[in-house]
Design a protein around this ligand. Structure first.
Ligand SMILES: Nc1nc2c(ncn2[C@@H]2O[C@H](COP(=O)(O)OP(=O)(O)OP(=O)(O)O)[C@@H](O)[C@H]2O)c(=O)[nH]1
Ligand SMILES: [Mg+2]
Length: 1015
């Protein structure tokens, strides 16, 4: 790179939006005007240059984020186009991590949608500076035929709504996207209140500030308010600065006095329109009328061309197609790329100013523990590295730090054949496993120093800790040599010798070192960048096997490559030895399988139906909170199991946790994992995460009795829970699930001859519900026999724990994990009754396994039986679904929804458009092929987006058999086939897992015989 390196003239930006709102179309125009000739302006908007994959062109949606380097007025702009489809939302995370600014697009007709919420949230999390682009303004004129005033109201409402979303993120950081949508769209305040929203200094997006532009990406025109302010300044005799403030909101121009007034300054009955309508929208509408109407005023166009001195070729102006005329005039009058790129340069930060405030997100300050002071050198250097990232220090000699946000595969033949110096390269020389035609490149940004080809760097995984040395630390750090660096031009790659801080590059040579993302550094004494957050996790799972078993090795290699090439896919081997592929949704899954078949494995594959996961729980809804808690006490409310050798008796009480608490445990699993692992957790902003988690635990518990008004009851309930929260020994399954293992109440008596296996309230301690317990005071007066029994009981703690973990990992209904249950496990060990028994111990071990194993099994069995005894229920995943459909297809859409057991939440006509928006919950188990079916039944006019929302217990009893006369009347006596959905789901899973299923082939033999006789 040249010596006149000026970091201040760089902008790294991404385009973010809901699916189909026009991101790639917009990118086309920016590329055509500033991409150095890679795209001809004539093709812009139609080619969709950044959608270079076949599959993207075929489906007309973007599936990955990709970058292109642009040059505009002395600025270097790295533009990343991202996908809007929910299945590829992980690519939004990888794009926003590398960007400092984000163009948030909203379709002016469709308005704010579910992914608009999600991308705004991602930008907020990653501290990306957003600007708003209201796209498809042409549709307001041509399609909806709105008047300028109506269009203004609509645009204002969208700006208001987007501002509302951002301010919600600012105030309530933990609100999930679905929650915020359900909380009700912020923008729906009705027209009359629109007047109050203007001039709110707090608002993020304000057209008068210049960070909102109005565009038509298809035809390549767009403008911000400043373009018009400058034009009218001389005409109206006002400064362009004051006009800029007046061209949005309720500001009116009085021609007589040449004054700009607010609403109050208007004479009664005045027909004045807001200045934005009068001076901006009306001329625009006039141009459209002049060009599109057959009897349009062609003179008007000529006047416009003359006033603005536009060089429109006469050939285009005389074209018979009014659209061509319009596009030709509009794109010259208000060029889209100028409107967008001048806003980018003015309102989006350069890397130096951006990194100064993004560093707190990228490299959060670490808590330094006292015993780390021995490493003060390391700490000091790591602090210097952080400073260097904060300053975006681009001097070649300073420490080099880069972040790889994803790996992507390109076919070998796509790599440039010549290097920077024009020498022919042998691309195949690189080691690797040599068995693939694919080359893996890292999508990276340099945050400090300079990267150059041939450089050796350290690759740090997210778990790396520079303060830890030793074997475990080595796993998280590797040394790698950068093979070559490329500037990305969409699909094209231009070799560069080096890349300095503030730039986005593709790096070759890290394929063997990085799986998904990593931090690169020239020193070991550097903290890894914080992990990226993903909006959803891959939930759609299928099992894959080769059609021909001999291709197994090819499949395994293919899966390995796919896992590397796709930032989001998860590849695993199930307990039953199947290769399982997890994707974000159907479209993503389809692309993964296509890639696997055609690029990575190149063999025929058999794909199983989707493996839907379920959870298991017990009935809880119909009970009042106090009755639930009663199940923890009482002498009949437990399940008892004894080990085969008779020495350990396990009693289990079970409790259904409040749903809100279960959800909280599920949602906070990452934080809980850190807390339970004993990691130091830093306060963010003003609140400590552990304290806020505790507060939310209490909120969740209290929400259970919010409708019980009696203050006394509330207090009593809280006291009961206070006691429980002090007794949490573990969470499960796998240490952080939504199930609790509680210690027995301390008042539980021991009957002298046996000893309880005593756990510790470990999780309660970590969460700070109890102070670190001093081990129960040693009983000095006990006999040697009891002492040894106590020791034995202590050694059995881990058996109780594992029994609990295994049981919660696979419930009794269909081996799926348990959900929202608390178990109190009392395991008491008694001594050998006689010596002969002790002698028999050995032979018993042979028969039943070692004692600890027997205890574990007994605990596991007791927990599972407890679930079966307390009205077990199956829990299924629910998607939150947003559907858009024209009114005439509403009926067909509801038919599809009802076939899929959907629950409608909200239906709403979109003002000023023929579209209906419907929100619903759809069970995951019913969601496959949903989008396809919907498209078929509504002739492609409806669209649906699904986001995984929550778990929900099916109220239906899977073991329901009609018993009373009434039930028999309603459900029949069992001779007709019962539609028990819960049972059907359970049987489906059991069959898939090869577990026994009770299937009655002949249900009522007597009836069949009767029938037979009649024949
Ligand atoms: N009328 C009109 N149509 C537009 C405009 N901009 C884009 N479109 C159309 O909207 C559709 C979607 O455009 P894309 O650019 O592919 O949308 P996208 O946001 O990149 O979509 P994804 O990448 O799949 O999320 C295409 O059919 C475009 O022609 C516009 O300003 N006016
Ligand atoms: Mg796109």
């Amino acid at each position: 790179m040249a010596d006149s390196y000026d970091c201040r003239s760089i902008r790294n930006i991404c385009i973010l939006a809901h699916v189909d709102h026009g991101k790639t179309t917009l990118a086309d125009h920016l590329i055509a005007s500033s991409g150095g000739g890679v795209l001809h302006p004539k093709q812009a908007g139609r080619l969709r240059f950044m959608d270079y994959l076949d599959e993207e062109q075929r489906r007309a949606i973007t599936m990955k984020s990709s970058s292109i380097a642009l040059q505009y007025k002395g600025h270097a702009i790295n533009l990343i186009d991202s996908p809007g489809h929910m299945d590829f939302c992980s690519e939004v995370s990888t794009a926003s991590r590398l960007s400092d600014g984000g163009l948030v697009l909203v379709d002016a007709v469709e308005g704010v949608h579910i992914q608009t919420h999600a991308v705004l949230r991602q930008a907020w999390i990653e501290k990306v500076t957003p600007c708003l682009v209201l796209n498809k303004i042409d549709r307001l004129i041509v399609e909806l035929k709105l008047s300028p005033m109506e269009a203004y109201n609509r645009l204002q409402r969208i700006v208001h709504e987007v501002n509302g979303i951002v301010s919600a993120y600012k105030s309530e950081k933990y609100l999930s996207d679905v929650d915020s949508i359900l909380a009700g769209p912020v923008g729906e305040t009705g027209d009359e209140s629109q007047e109050f929203v203007e001039d709110d200094e707090e608002d993020t997006f304000q057209p008068q500030k210049g960070n909102v532009v109005f565009v038509c990406a298809l035809d390549g025109w767009g403008f911000g308010i400043c373009e018009f302010a400058e034009f009218y300044a001389s005409k109206l005799g006002a400064s362009s600065a004051s006009l800029q403030k007046a061209l949005w909101g309720p500001r009116y121009f009085i021609p007589k006095t040449k004054m700009i007034v607010g609403k109050k300054g208007l004479a009664a009955g005045s027909k004045a329109r807001p200045m934005f309508v009068q001076f901006v929208l009306e001329p625009l509408w006039q141009v459209y009328e002049a060009a599109m109407d057959t009897d349009g005023d062609k003179k008007f166009l000529e006047k416009l061309i003359k006033t603005f001195n536009l060089s429109v070729p006469p050939r285009e102006l005389q074209n018979k197609d009014p659209k061509v005329v319009l596009q030709s005039v509009m794109s010259r009058w208000l060029p889209l790329s100028d409107a967008i790129l001048s806003m980018v340069i003015k309102h989006m930060p350069d890397p130096i100013s951006a990194q100064a405030f993004r560093v707190s997100r990228l490299l959060p300050k670490r808590e330094i523990l006292d015993d780390d002071f021995a490493n003060s050198d390391v700490i000091a250097e790591a602090e210097l590295v952080r400073k260097s990232v904060e300053a975006c220090d681009s001097q070649p000699e300073s420490v080099c730090v880069a972040f790889v946000s994803k790996m992507f595969a390109v076919p070998m033949k796509m790599l440039p054949q010549r290097d920077v110096n024009g020498e022919i390269l042998n691309n195949y020389t690189e080691g690797g496993n040599g068995d693939s035609d694919e080359c893996f490149l890292a999508f990276a940004r340099v945050f400090s120093g300079e990267l150059h080809s041939g450089q050796k760097v350290f690759v740090l995984s997210a778990l790396y800790d520079p303060l830890k040395t030793g074997d475990s630390a080595h796993k998280h750090i590797q040394e790698a040599e950068l093979h070559s660096l490329y500037l990305m031009m969409g699909q094209g790659l231009t070799p560069v010798a080096s890349a300095r801080a503030g730039n986005i590059v593709a790096i070759r040579g890290l394929g063997q070192h990085i799986l998904k993302s990593a931090t690169l550094s020239s020193t070991k004494n550097c903290w890894p960048f914080s992990s990226m957050t993903f909006q959803v996790s891959p939930t759609l799972k299928v099992a894959i096997e080769p059609s021909d078993p001999v291709d197994m090795a090819a499949l395994m290699r293919g899966l390995r490559l796919l896992n590397r090439a796709d930032p989001f896919v998860e590849v695993s081997v199930s307990a039953r030895g199947e290769h399982v592929l997890a994707a974000a949704g159907e479209v993503h899954l389809e692309r993964c399988i296509k890639d696997l078949k055609e690029r990575f494995a190149k063999v025929n594959l058999e794909i199983s139906p989707p493996l839907v996961s379920f959870r298991e729980t017990i009935e809880g809804e119909s009970l009042n909170p106090f009755d639930k808690l009663k199940s923890l006490t009482g002498n009949s409310n437990y399940i008892e199991k004894t080990t085969p050798n008779g020495r350990c008796t396990v009693r289990v009480h079970i409790l259904k946790l409040p749903d809100a608490l279960t959800k909280l445990l599920d949602d906070s699993s990452d934080l809980l994992e850190d807390i339970i692992a004993g990691k130091a957790i830093r306060a963010q902003d003003d609140e400590h995460p552990v304290e806020s988690l505790k507060k939310r635990i209490w909120d969740a518990i209290e929400s259970e009795i919010s409708d019980t008004n009696a203050e006394k009851d509330r207090e009593k309930y809280k006291l009961l829970w206070e006691n429980l929260l002090k007794r949490i020994w573990a969470l499960g399954p796998r240490q952080v699930g939504p199930n609790m293992l509680l210690l027995p109440d301390s008042t539980t008596e021991e009957d002298g001859s046996s000893v309880l296996v005593k756990g510790t309230p470990y999780v309660s301690e970590r969460l700070g519900f109890v102070s670190n317990s001093d081990e129960s005071e040693a009983k000095t007066s006990t006999s040697a026999e009891i002492r040894s029994l106590n020791e034995e009981a202590d050694s059995l703690r881990s058996s109780v724990l594992s029994g609990f973990q295994v049981a919660t990992g696979s419930g009794p209904l269909c081996d799926e994990p348990m959900w929202g249950l608390a178990f109190v496990i009392e395991a008491s060990v008694s001594p050998f009754v006689s010596e002969t028994e002790a002698i028999h111990q050995q032979s018993q071990s042979d028969q039943y396994g070692v004692f600890s194993g027997q205890v574990m099994t007994a605990v596991k069995e007791a927990c599972k039986t407890a679930v079966l005894q307390k009205n077990p229920r199956i829990v299924e995943g629910m998607y939150f679904c947003e559907l858009n459909t024209p009114t005439e297809f509403l009926g067909a859409m509801y038919a599809v929804l009802s076939r899929r057991r959907a629950r409608i939440l909200k239906e709403e006509m979109q003002e000023g458009s023929p579209l209906f928006t419907v929100h619903a919950y759809v069970p995951v188990a019913e969601s496959f092929g949903f989008a396809d079916e919907l498209r078929r039944w509504t002739s492609g006019a409806s669209s649906a987006l699904l986001v995984l929302s929550h778990w929900e217990a099916l109220a239906e009893d899977p073991f329901f058999v009609p018993k009373t006369e009434e039930e028999k009347e309603e459900f029949g006596d069992g001779s007709s086939v019962l539609q028990n959905t819960a049972r059907k789901l359970i049987d489906g899973v059991r069959r898939r897992k090869g577990l026994p299923v009770e299937e009655k082939v002949v249900q009522f033999a007597t009836k069949q015989r009767t029938l037979a006789r009649k024949v």
